[in-house]
Design a protein around this ligand. Structure first.
Ligand SMILES: Cc1ncc(COP(=O)(O)O)c(C=O)c1O
Length: 386
């Protein structure tokens, strides 16, 4: 089946008891059994829930995995995947990941004797030389918020040579644009909160795998640790994935318009978007993905300028998330990446003047007008473009 057909149908049969075309919300904590060990495959709702299972099958099909497991948030999915690593093992991480991922790895898991090394993963052979031994490589591509590109196939090879796993957080691209399992990754993670749900009304996460042994383990952890996605959230995300193939091209088209507009604006110093032909990762991204997405970051020079823009926008909403149908704009240094120290942010180039925008599906002209008007409120010290 084609991708759009899978979005609408994979994992979803009309409800056998009523014929309802939409998978019902099975809002139950338990299931009545006929006798000892005699049941319909459902015993307790932490362990099995038909709404959640439909979503898991749906996302597994979209990412081309053998199976998928949904968790209470993107971070809960990350936590489940990191149980594939044991005390004493080493994890290598691409160096500007979502701040919450960095926080969880460095402040929580490091307490359990797992070692984390954050390295620039935009050059796979450089990383290969510097990384030493590791059992798991965790990347985002494009990275958050600097939109660096990591070569998934080359990094899968780097991991494979060490018998290590490659995990890709595919939240920014969604499977509509990028399918890391087909490029050699072992696990794909999403914050379903973002493009998969797409409507800014649910928090959730998913891990998709291609090895049945990993599927078995992640299902075991889902039940054992219990950070499950609720039936209602599962239903909301299923409603969201149905329109993924319709929403993503619109996000992409609007993203392209906004990126070029910002790049041409005299008050914007630098725009990070892999769609520019002179972006260092442009060719690699074109090889491994079918679109550039809707995430753009841009530098206004200092915090005062960023603050003025963020206060002046009217249609773009200042808020901490991305991937919704409505345009969200944020300040990484104080929001998504506040978990990094100032020193770490400075070293990575996440300056106080950096603004990130997740371009929604509104009319592009309205977005450009809003950003243009808000930029009028910005006074910048130097007006070097690019
Ligand atoms: C790239 C990325 N991965 C993971 C997460 C964590 O997801 P959640 O907020 O659903 O826990 C986020 C959240 O912003 C994110 O942007």
């Amino acid at each position: 089946m084609g991708f759009a057909t899978d979005c609408i149908h994979a994992g979803q049969e009309p409800d056998p008891s009523t014929g309802a075309i939409v998978t019902p919300i099975f809002q139950t904590s338990t299931y009545v059994q006929e006798g000892i060990g005699k049941h319909k495959g459902y015993e307790y709702a932490r362990t099995q829930n038909p709404t959640r299972r439909a979503l898991e099958k749906n996302i597994a099909a979209l990412e081309g995995g053998v199976d998928a497991y949904c968790y209470a948030s993107g971070m809960a999915a990350t936590q489940a995947v990191l149980t594939l690593v044991k005390t004493g093992e080493r994890v290598v991480v691409s160096d500007n990941v979502y701040g919450g991922t960095h926080r969880f790895f460095t402040k929580v898991l490091a307490r359990y004797g797992v070692e984390f090394a954050f390295l620039d993963a935009s050059d796979a052979s450089d990383l290969d030389g510097k990384a030493g031994d590791f059992s798991l490589l965790w990347i985002e591509t494009p990275t958050n918020p600097l939109m660096k590109i990591c070569d998934i196939a080359a990094l899968a090879e780097v991991a494979r040579r060490r018998r290590a796993l490659l995990v890709v957080d595919n939240t920014f691209m969604s499977p509509f644009f990028q399918r890391p399992l087909s490029l050699g990754a072992d696990v794909v993670v999403h914050s379903t909160t973002k493009f998969l749900n797409g409507h800014s009304d649910s928090v959730g996460g998913v891990a998709v795998v291609r090895d049945p042994a990993h599927a078995q383990w992640l299902q075991y952890v889902q039940n054992a640790a219990g950070a499950i996605l609720s039936p209602f959230d599962s239903w909301l995300v299923l409603r969201g994935t149905k329109t993924l193939a319709l929403r993503m091209p619109r996000h992409e088209e609007n993203g392209r318009r906004v990126a070029h507009f910002l790049r041409g604006h005299p008050k914007v110093r630098k725009v990070h978007w892999p769609g520019f032909a002179d972006h260092p990762g442009h060719e690699v991204h074109k090889r491994q993905a079918t679109g550039f997405g809707a995430l753009i970051s841009f530098d206004l020079g200092d915090r005062g300028a960023a603050d003025r823009l963020l206060r002046a926008v009217r249609l773009c909403s200042l808020g901490e998330s991305l991937g919704g149908i409505e345009t969200l704009i944020s300040h990484p240094a104080t929001m998504t990446h506040a978990g990094y120290t100032q020193g770490e942010r400075d070293a990575l180039g996440i300056g106080d003047g950096l603004v990130r925008i997740s371009v929604g599906c509104e009319d592009a002209e309205d977005l450009l007008a809003d950003l243009g008007k808000a930029l009028e409120a910005v006074q910048v010290q130097s007006t070097t473009n690019r």
